[in-house]
Ligand binder design. Structure first.
Ligand code: MV4
Length: 502
């Protein structure tokens, strides 16, 4: 067993890993930036080391500083959490060079699955369905025109180096193709420094369903069922559930078997997630990508399987066999997770940094809060604004919904705006309650809650003002830059919200 582990992360996931270590009697080493000196994960750890200034590029992404702390503090292993360095193969190799165990997959698996094109090729070779499309980047507009015509519209253009919807364009017919291709290539170049774009047949009104897989160093690969992740805002998951409301055992077995094939194909080790698009027309499913890390939304899988995924990660990193076989995995009940962000849903979800002046967490039957905050804590602008995840468990989806409504009513956060009011509305929404979900849910939900249209003059003013606000926020030179950050966000947000209604 490891005696001491370093957690190379912050916020709620750092607290989550520390909790698993405490249960396993493993000492913990936290790392923190200047902005996180009083953060909850620092308070919870046994030892804590400052690794630099607030910007992630000067702290949480500085793997040489993290490895130095690991050596100084004498840890045997490093847990990366998610984000930051969790899928950085170079970091994994440097950790190994230092004689320290990385709690996660081998670097070769990360590299093979890290790029969209290489991941697609692995899935195809493993006999896993992928969306019909090209396996090489498009060479020209003429080639794009020929391929799209043969495939049939609508098609989806995607950046090879892409992720999170960046560099992606839906093309309904040939008249849109040329400008969509140019825009996708330009965005891909700007976002990833790589303008390679490929084309896929568009899956209409897809669900985003992902399979949790777990592999050990003895060649065992097991799936732990699915998570429904279709409720996303700008390609960011906001509500996840397990199992999917589809709750079809045959579909689960087919998708689970496909996910295990991908894991086996790359000799995967540890916790991984295989993402699929599922067509609501005929429930056909298509491989999207595989994430080589523990996911934010892992709690809903833990709640319906009873397995602690972080403990399992640590045991697998120790070289132990999985503590379960595929036959041991039985899903029971229903779990829902809401990601609580320090954002203002009435102000275009703009970040709402500040001090948490009041915090009342929900408690009682079937409620779990994975948080990285406390009353008096500072929510800074330097990091992802997610402050906690509220998860509930019920015997079935109806009970889980009732429980989530009750927990959201109990949840109080003062001093900053949060997305809690947004979730209170979603949990009352008929389309959500129906379980007939797809990735278009939030745009439709926002249409249902959209305020009345602006008049012409207000609209023109909003366009002018939001351009000014955007200029300020990007150049930090004009009048608003003298305002505190929060109010500058508020200014920009109000204007962008007016704009977005255009
Ligand atoms: C698609 C698609 C429809 N057809 N590919 C969005 C980002 C990345 N996760 C893949 N995405 C999509 N790829 C084809 N061929 C629709 C989406 C998509 C989406 C997918 C999952 C979750 C949310 C989404 C929101 C918009 C579009």
């Amino acid at each position: 067993m490891f005696k001491k582990i370093l957690i190379a992360n912050r916020g709620e996931i750092a607290c989550r890993v520390i909790r698993a270590c405490r249960e396993m009697k493993i000492a913990t080493v936290a790392v923190f930036s200047d902005a996180d000196a009083d953060a909850l994960h620092v308070r919870m750890s046994d030892e804590a080391f400052n690794i630099g200034a607030a910007p992630s590029s000067e702290s949480y992404l500085r793997w040489e500083k993290i490895i130095d702390v690991a050596k100084q503090s004498g840890v045997e292993a490093i847990h990366p959490g998610y984000g930051f360095l969790s899928e950085n193969a170079e970091f994994v190799r440097e950790v190994a060079k230092a004689g320290i165990t990385f709690i996660g997959p081998p670097p070769e698996a990360m590299e093979g699955l890290g790029g969209k094109m290489s991941a697609r090729k692995i899935a195809i070779a493993a006999g896993v369905p992928v969306v019909p499309g090209t396996t090489e980047p498009l060479g020209s507009y003429d080639e794009a025109k020929e391929v799209a015509a043969a495939m049939g519209y609508p098609v989806m253009l995607k950046a090879s180096a892409g992720g999170g919807g960046k560099g992606m364009r839906l093309v309904l017919d040939e008249t849109e193709l040329k400008s969509a291709l140019e825009n996708a290539q330009a965005e891909a170049k700007a976002s990833f420094g790589d303008d390679n774009v490929y084309v896929e047949k568009a899956v209409i009104r897809p669900r985003h369903i992902e399979i949790q897989v777990f592999s050990d160093t003895h060649g065992n690969h097991v799936h732990l069922g699915e998570r429904e992740c279709s409720i996303q805002r700008r390609h960011q998951k906001v509500i996840e559930e397990a199992p999917s409301p589809i709750n079809d055992e045959n579909l689960r077995e087919e998708m689970g078997a496909a996910a295990v094939k991908v894991a086996a194909a790359v000799n995967y080790v540890g916790a991984g997630t295989v993402e699929f698009l599922v067509s609501d027309l005929d429930r056909s499913f298509y491989f999207l990508e595989m994430n080589t890390r523990l996911q934010v939304e892992h709690p809903v899988t833990e709640l319906v399987t009873g397995i602690d995924l972080v403990r399992e990660q640590i045991n697998v990193a120790l070289g132990e066999k999985l503590s379960f076989t595929q036959d041991d995995i039985v899903l029971r009940g229903h779990a829902i997770e809401c990601r609580v962000y320090a954002e203002d849903p009435e102000n275009n979800f703009l970040p709402s940094p500040g001090t948490i002046t009041r915090l009342r967490l929900p408690q009682g039957p079937g409620v779990r809060d994975d948080g990285g905050i406390y009353e008096g804590a500072e929510v800074s602008i330097f990091y992802d604004p997610m402050i906690s995840k509220l998860s509930v468990y019920g015997r079935d989806r109806a009970e889980a919904i009732e429980r989530m409504r009750r927990a959201l009513r109990e949840y109080e956060v003062g001093g900053i705006k949060t997305t809690l009011p947004f979730f209170r509305e979603v949990l009352e929404d008929a389309e959500f309650i129906s379980g007939e979900l797809d990735t278009g849910f939030i745009p439709r939900f926002n249409e249902r809650r959209r305020p009345e249209e602006l008049d012409e003059r207000t609209t023109d003013l909003a366009i002018i003002a939001s351009a000014v606000a955007y200029q300020d926020s990007s150049t930090k030179t004009a009048a608003v830059s003298s305002q505190p950050t929060a109010s500058r966000w508020a200014t920009a947000g109000r204007l962008m919200a007016m704009n977005s209604r255009l």
